[in-house]
Every structure is written in structure tokens, then in C-alpha cells.
Design a protein around this ligand. Sequence first.
Ligand code: ADP
Length: 702
Amino acid sequence: MNAKAVQFLKQYFGYEMFRKGQNDIVEKVLEGKHTLGIMPTGGGKSICYQVPALIYTGITIVVSPLISLMKDQVDGLNQLGITSTYINSSLSISELNERLDNMRNGEYKLIYVAPERLEDERFFRLLNEMPISLVAIDEAHCLSQWGHDFRPSYLKISSLIRRLQTNPVVLALTATATPQVREDICRHLHIEDENTIVNGARRENLSLQVVKGQDKLSYVLQYLKKHQASSGIIYASTRKVVDQLYEKLTEKGIAVGRYHAGLTDQERAKYQNDFIRDNITVMVATNAFGMGIDKSNVRFVLHYNLPRNIEAYYQEAGRAGRDGEESECVLLFAPDDIRIQKFLIEQSDIEETRRTNEYKKLQQMVDYCHTESCLQQYIGQYFADDEFEKCNKCTNCLDDGETTDVTREAQMVFSTIKRMREKFGKTIVAQVLVGSESKKVKDFKLDQLSTYGLLKTWTGKNVSQFIDYLTAEQFLKPSEGNFPTLRLTEKAVAVLKGELQVYRKEKVQHVTIEENNEIFESLRKLRKEIADQEKVPPYLIFSDKTLREMSRTIPASTEELLVVNGVGRQKLEKYGAKFLDALVPFQDQKGETPIIKTKKTSSKVPSHLVTYEMYEQGITVNEMAEKRECTRETILSHLEKCYDEGKEVDLRQFVNERHEQLIEEVIASIGAERLKPIKENLPDEVTYFEIRYVINKRIGQI
Ligand code: ADP
């Protein structure tokens, strides 16, 4: 790697080394090659052009779609002592003229511009008189109409660049690009295939969660209560939902802001500023919010509604944890949201082929909510990025297969719906099942159905949630319209016939991100004071990650402070003394074990693998059950899972030969469709594990 690049990285930005993708991209750019860099949000795309900008003798132009992003970036660079500016429609005439004069005088190393600005002939002529070495195109996916954020003005960029007489190097950057979008970008910008650096979309610090069948508002309230000290964004699909949620959360005394296209510019700017400056902790917003927000300490992103596709989802969710700290992305799924998205697709003014494509993408988004495999891997496959390993911290990975068989309850629901001739909605089906005496139930004589009151030990809400779950799992299909009635799908019919079983996973334990630490809090307070004085967002002073490292290492001198990731010369000079002063009272804690406890689920090994480790050490099933404080049956189910995943396990040794014979006999007389009747026809000591083993052997899976 170019020694100067490494030196500048430390000197200006305070970072010891380039991250993997940055390294490759910076190298290509410095070799003068047009390059496409794909890096996840928070991966550090800016460095990829900021460091070369310092090395190249000429100027770097950064084309970026959003005004707020430019301001943040430019403020940040000027803080680091790198002269830069932005030119966009937010400037007054006199500001613009001043900046153009400075440009002529060669005062800037980096100039951020909106794509439309390049089309302004006068501005372009001025640019063309200047020594431009590099053009960086941020959010390059806007160039493709197969992307999720197509902007026609982006299409003109390539011909404009070609008119520049200095023949600058072009660097296109994006976080989210499917293979189709990548191809488009390369074709337009004449980037060779070999100069595409894909650094994966994987975000190791994000734990992805899908929550289904829950009352969304209570979920959000509970969630916020648990994460009071953290900053987060809640995305909703319409202005109306944003407003309602904003009102509800404000009523509960939560410091919340809102953002959508229906607010005035001043309102939006105020809320955004409050959020960035940590005056409020939660922002409720439509997807209008965020593309230009560079706030690094967003600890969670909740999606109150289903986004329209995976690219949009991953980009929005990816606004959590830009600083690399553990963060959560929770998608609250409700089947109704699919209808809203379909409606929006139907209403949009796009060509038919794009519309079909949008439907396909929506279906992939819905599948994300239904998949039982690793959510990170699902996203990896979507972006054709096979570097994704199982994340071990998403909803599905954490659910170590301990599912409950709810076939019988599902059959009750389905046969009730069938008996009600598929003419009623969720609420009344639930009322029938719990045996409600409501007027409607009586009027329609539904209390005379044989399934009336079959789930009378449940609450109506639980049954409704169960129906939501069955709908999400596509056993039920609500009709279109405002009062959807429930219909059975083929899957439900198979369940009624006993051909298919229904399992429901247990609720997921959520990761708690603990941020309350005395040292961290006091540094955070100091950062906020400085930020308020300088009228910049706190994270531009130092990121959460940097403060955390300071509170862990408790530096006592400028040398020690300089070692902290994110502390460069410039910031050391400006803020070093203040932070060292703030750390003085804590010096006696130095060297103690770290006080910050961020529970990292990444270290949580799935339960069945813990069992497997013990199995490999030759520990018996009974001993394992005792050690792990669970039943023998659970241990065996873990080993079964390991076997299914391709690990070497000799399941045969746990099956009693006489039991095997008995099971074969029962299956011969009553069939193997359902486990429960088989079990009931056998002596108690025959286990479910043994029954499953025999069945799997019969169908050749063992
Ligand atoms: P992106 O634009 O890809 O979303 P940013 O350029 O905003 O990401 O960078 C994300 C975070 O990572 C920022 O806080 C940035 O300062 C930090 N960062 C970037 N490169 C490095 C590096 N080499 N070492 C440590 N931190 C880095």
C-alpha cells in the first residue's frame, strides 16, 4: 500500500490502517484506474476518495445526491484541517459567489456537488478550467433504473466527466448493488470488470430481527423503554403512521422527532438537527429521512412497516451502527403492510417492466420475513455476495430450533375458518375460538359451530396473533379490501389433512445494548458541550466508538490519547486537553477489567453446537442433559439438528433396537403422517427422537 496514504490516514483521520475494502479501492484509484467500490454502509466509503484526494495534486469532485450529506461531510473535513466546500441549491447568491471565487483561487482540495449542478454550463466551464484529478460518485446505484433510487440526473454524469479536459480518475461508490445494478454502473462509467471491488454487504455489528404477530405499538414502547439511552430511528411507510406514532410516543414522554415530506423545511431541519445533536433520542420517519444523515451512533433502526424491497430495507437498516458498535435492526412484520406496498407500486408512474420488477422485489422482501434461515445470509444471497457466513445473532440463528408443534391449534383455527365458510375476518374468528358471547357471534349463530370455544384457555389477542402468524406463514390469505376475510391456502388444507405440520418458534430474546457507563457518560457530556459550542453534531467531535475506547483505556497523556482509534493530530490539538482533563478523575480505574459491557450476541454459540462440542468430547447424553440442565430429549434434538446440518453424529446409538421394531409395527398399522398418534400407540419409554429416527430412516434421510 502507498506509504503516503497510510501516513495521511493516521495523520488526518487518526486511523491505524485501512480496512480491507478500502485498501483495494484506494490502491486502484491511486494507480489511476476507474473503479467501482461496493462497501456496506458504515464500511468507510468516504476515506476511499478522501485519502487519494490528499495525495493527488489536483482537486477531487464528489458528486453526491443529498444536500445534508454534503454539509456534514464538509464540516467533518474542515474539522480535520482538510479544506473543502460544497456547492448546492442551499447557498445564497453571495455564499455561492464567495465559494466560486475560492475555487478559482485553488483553495479547496475537495468540492462536493449535486449531480444537477454539473449540468449548469457556467459552473461546468469553471470546473473545466481547474485541475481535477478525481471524480468520486457517491450513491452510484442512483445511476441504474434497476436500483432502488434511480435519479435521471445521474445518467448525465458520465458524458460530463468525459468532457473534462484533465481526464480525471472516476470512483463510483455504493453500498447496495445487485449484479444487475453493478453492470449498469460499470457500463455507464466505463469501469472494467476487474476494477470492481466488492467488499460485501455484510455488517457484522448488526443483529437483524424480524418480529411477527406482535402488537406493534406495545412492542415499540417496550423496546424504547429498554433502550432509553440509545439513539434510534423508527421507519414507517406513510406520513400518517409517522404522525400517529410521533403523537403516541410524545404522549409517553419520549424525546422524539419526526420527519416526512409533509412537514415544512424548517420543521424537518429542526428535528433532524435535534436528532443529530442528541437533543432527542428517537426519530420517527418515512424513507425521506436518512440518506444524507451520517450520524454514527444510531443504535437501532426499527421498521414499523414493511419496506418495499431489500435494497431499501438494508440501506435504511444500515443506518444503525455506522461506528461499528453492536446495533439492532428490527423489522415488525404484519401481512397488511404487503397490501400498502402493492398499492404504492400500482399507483407509481413507471413502465410495465419496472412495475413487474418492483413486484418481484417486494416478494423477495416478504420472503425475508418468512425465511427460517440466517437473515444475513439471505441478504448476502440477494446481493449475490457469497461471503456471508451464518451470523449467529439474527432472529433465525438465535432460535436454536426449539420450536413448538402447534399443528393441533392450527387445525382448530383452519377448521373454524372453513366452517365459517371463509366469510369472516380475524377478530370474529378469534371470538369464535375463545368462545366469546359477543352479539355478532350470536347473531350469526356462530356459537353453534362445533369448533366454538376450542381455544377457550387463550385470550382473544393471543388467538389474533396466532392468526397473524399463520397468515405470515402463508397458511391463510386475507382477501383484498378494508375488511379482509380469511381464506385457507393449499398449505392450510394440507395441515387439515394431516399432511403437514405447523411449528412456531419461541419468542426471541433481544440483545440489550448497555451504554451506561460512568466514564463513557462523562465523555459524552463533554462531547455534547463542545459540539453545542461549535454548533456541529457531537459525533463529528469524536465517534461513540472513540469515546468507548477512551473510557476503556483511560489515556493519561497525549501520546496515549493518540493511540485511540479516531484521534488524529488535528483533533488531538483541538480537544485532547479537554478529554484528558475529563479522564483525570478516573485514572485510578486504569488497568481494571473493562467496565463497558456490550453484550455481544456474536459470541453466543447456538445451543445445539454447544451440545455438539460436548458430544465430540465423548460426554454421554445423560451427562450432557445434567450439565446443561435440560432433558435428554432436548439433547437428542440438538444432535439431530447437527446431523441435519451435515455434522458427523451417530444417531443410531441412541435408538433402542426393540423400540425400533415396535415403532415399525405401529407405523405399519397407522401410517407415519403424524408423530403424536404413533407415540400414543407405544409404551411411554419410546421417545419422539426414536420415532423421528425411524421415520427418517424409512424415507432415506438417514
Ligand atoms: P460509509 O460512507 O461507507 O457509510 P463512512 O465513510 O461514513 O461510511 O465511515 C463509517 C465510519 O467508519 C466513520 O465513523 C469513519 O470515521 C470510520 N472509518 C472509516 N475508515 C476507517 C478506518 N480505516 N479505521 C477506523 N475507522 C474508520
